[in-house]
Write a protein that binds this ligand. Structure first.
Ligand SMILES: Nc1ncnc2c1ncn2[C@@H]1O[C@H](COP(=O)(O)OP(=O)(O)OP(=O)(O)O)[C@@H](O)[C@H]1O
Length: 563
């Protein structure tokens, strides 16, 4: 499509560029022909001109259409590869990069690059083609006048290059500050409840205004630069026209040129001037596109720190589920100087339930992140059935781990779609599977109570549901993982754990009591590990202290502690 657009571009330019030549002929006919053949020459020339204008206009319209469509296609492809690259990045990347910035790259920057590569490129090519044709015709009409005019052009071109560089850097800064503004807006809008609870609407508006003010400031700078450049190129255009008139007048006086020739020449010179101005606009847009493009390519080309879908896949019959952390040391990439684990070791036998407890911030969730391979340990290793998880296919690994978190995140689609999200292939999950998963997760009752049942839309991040409801849907979602394995889908919630190795980050005593073992995290390692009763018996142990500290001990707990 791009190529045919270029074809139409060449046709429209060539056809249109022949017009001034024939116009010159018309004028000379008017001046010089005898009355006998005057009217017939004039008519045929005018018909020819009308044809030229018609063909040129039509070819131009087709070119604009083709360019628009191919532009949209480029933007679409760019967006797709960018989104795909973003979703492949490691979790650490998202600790460093803000959502709003990525959204801005996806929407604004892709549009800018698309425009620079199509509409703008097409206009730029047209300018180049017209300028080239114009200059050739100038030489054809009057070589001496053309040589004279062209001496003025090179200094202007040098100026344009310097200007383009500066514009490119400003444009990059504008896009960066726009991304910051979008980031702020995105975060505040998606957490509107918190903004409102603290009555921060006005101050947030002011903060946002500050950011967009900065965008405006840079845009103004860009506008001044642009205006200056256009002014300068306009002025140089006028100087060229004036000198052509002067020199052309002299040539006419010495009978080296006719009126028609001078008119054609002036029209070509004017045309070349317009094309150069068009080219400079193209050039500045192109530089803007480059500014946005550099960032986009960096992101599209970025190699995630670890692969998504490469590595060892264990056969189902070989998968037992023994988990082990061997001398793991780890610090988050954004806080390398604050180690979370040092030489931590923990073994969870296959099929057992391990409760992980510890003070807030001791690294319980981090343990799960390492197991899911959202981050890699700095030293030591995590193994599943003796295999280092760095050798396993991360996609396979995660698809065999069901996660239910305290504050589960749902997507803003229907309850049924949220539950089916847990399956490897959601399109193969039947409505019966979904209902069964909901029943087991004790969610069926409240879902049926909604007027739209399973089609109820849960709102962004599930805001239209209560915390408990969200959690039960998340449990049903973890069940959907096993929709194919009929035998696992049983009646009770406890069954989610059957046949699996389970890590529970626990606060409630009842959960801890039912676990096979309890690991206590503190001071960057596992400080105690054993059965719950065993750990409680240790009067000086951290576990006992943690249990004693709980604000409102339940009766069962008080009983246990009094033993
Ligand atoms: N993505 C992250 N980047 C940098 N530091 C992080 C990140 N996530 C957590 N941390 C830090 O790592 C430490 C352990 O956090 P983690 O969430 O594992 O603790 P936790 O034991 O689960 O806490 P809680 O019981 O309060 O939920 C904390 O100091 C936390 O500030």
């Amino acid at each position: 499509m791009g190529l045919s657009a270029v074809g139409f571009l060449v046709v429209s330019s060539a056809v249109t560029m022949s017009a001034p030549f024939f116009l010159g002929q018309v004028i000379d006919t008017i001046y010089t022909s005898s009355s006998a053949d005057f009217s017939s020459s004039l008519t045929s020339l005018c018909i020819m001109l009308a044809g030229i204008f018609l063909c040129g206009g039509a070819a131009n319209a087709v070119r604009v259409y083709l360019m628009q469509v191919s532009g949209q296609q480029i933007v679409r492809n760019l967006r797709e590869s960018l989104f795909s690259s973003i979703l492949r990045q490691e979790v650490g990347f998202f600790d460093k990069t803000r959502t709003g910035e990525l959204i801005n790259r996806l929407s604004a920057d892709t549009a800018l690059v698309g425009h620079a590569l199509t509409d703008n490129l097409s206009d730029g090519l047209r300018s180049v083609a017209q300028a080239a044709a114009g200059v050739s015709m100038m030489f054809y009409v009057s070589p001496s006048l053309a040589t004279f005019v062209l001496m003025i052009v090179p200094p202007m071109a040098g100026l344009a290059v310097i200007y383009g560089r500066y514009l490119r850097s400003i444009s990059k800064r504008t896009q960066d500050s726009l991304a910051q503004a979008t980031q702020l807006a995105e975060e505040r809008i998606s957490n509107l409840r918190t903004v409102r609870a603290f009555g921060k609407e006005l101050s947030e508006v002011q903060k946002y205004a500050g950011k967009v003010d900065h965008v405006l400031h840079l845009a103004k700078k860009e506008a001044v630069l642009r205006a200056g450049f256009f002014g300068a190129s306009g002025l140089s255009g006028n100087i060229i026209v004036l000198s052509v008139l002067y020199k052309g007048g002299l040539l006419m006086a010495s009978e080296h040129m006719t009126v028609g020739e001078l008119t054609s020449f002036l029209m070509y010179a004017f045309w070349v001037g317009i094309s150069i101005a068009g080219f400079s606009s193209f050039y500045s847009e192109l530089m803007k596109g480059f500014g946005a493009g550099t960032r986009l390519w960096e992101l599209v080309e970025r190699k995630p720190e670890f692969p998504l879908n490469e590595g060892l896949v264990l056969k189902p019959e070989h998968l037992k589920g023994a988990l082990e952390f061997h001398n793991v040391s780890f610090a988050y990439p954004t806080r390398k100087d604050a180690p979370i684990f040092e030489d931590l070791s923990l073994s969870v036998p296959a099929g057992s339930v391990m409760a992980v407890v510890g003070p807030s911030g001791s690294g319980k969730s981090t343990l799960v992140s390492l197991l899911l391979r959202l981050y890699d340990p700095d030293s030591g290793m995590v193994t599943v059935d003796g295999h280092d998880i760095r050798d396993l296919n991360p996609y396979w690994l995660r698809s065999h781990i069901g996660t239910v978190s305290q504050e589960p995140v749902l997507f803003s689609c229907s309850i049924a779609e949220n539950i089916a999200y847990g399956a490897t292939d959601p399109s193969r999950v039947t409505p019966q599977d979904i209902i069964r998963a909901a029943q087991i997760a004790n969610a069926h009752g409240f879902i049926r109570g909604f007027p739209q049942g399973f089609d109820t839309v849960v709102g962004e991040k599930g805001v239209l549901l209560s915390g408990g409801q969200k959690q039960r849907i998340a449990i049903a979602r973890a069940f959907a993982l096993d929709a194919e394995n009929e035998f696992l889908v049983q009646e009770a919630l406890d069954r989610l754990m059957e046949g699996r190795t389970v890590l529970i980050i626990a606060h409630r005593l009842s959960t801890i009591q039912s676990a096979d073992a309890v690991a206590v995290l503190d001071q960057r390692r596992v400080v105690e590990c054993g059965r719950h009763a065993q750990l409680l018996a240790n009067q000086d142990g951290l576990f006992r202290k943690l249990m004693e500290k709980q604000a409102f001990p339940q009766s069962e707990q008080r009983e246990a502690l009094s033993k």
